[in-house]
Design a protein. Structure first.
Length: 122
């Protein structure tokens, strides 16, 4: 099994309303083509991180998890270059197997905290 790349596409992420200068369909095409044979692309509804759109989450390959690899949340993935860096990282092995590309380092963030009633979920 390989790295899974989850791309948020719902109320904010992937919308011209929030990011009119971004070719959102082109971004998905770039990911589909670039990940072919190397990773899996999942297009998701809202990942509840609207203030950080466009959000992309890289889930490591199962074989990388015993070594401590965990999902990596990227915020504001808006350029062709950033999208290509995601593809290149997956092709290099992704989280737990290859270092985060320099271009993506500033985009790495925490998974959003979810508040349900009086309880914060992580």
């Amino acid at each position: 099994m390989s790295v899974t790349v989850t791309v948020c596409r719902d109320c904010c992420c992937g919308t011209d309303r929030k990011h009119p200068a971004v070719d959102h369909d082109g971004q998905l095409d770039q990911l589909r083509k670039g990940l072919a044979g190397a990773g899996r692309l999942v297009v998701s509804e809202c990942l509840l991180a609207c203030e950080r759109s466009n959000v992309v989450v890289l889930t490591p390959a199962p074989a990388a998890r015993p070594g401590g690899a965990r999902p990596v949340w990227l915020s504001e993935v808006l350029t062709v270059e950033q999208t290509q860096a995601v593809v290149d990282w997956v092709r290099a092995g992704g989280p737990g197997r290859a270092a985060v590309p320099r271009l993506l380092e500033p985009l790495v963030g925490e998974r959003p905290r979810l508040l349900v009633g009086d309880v914060t979920l992580r």
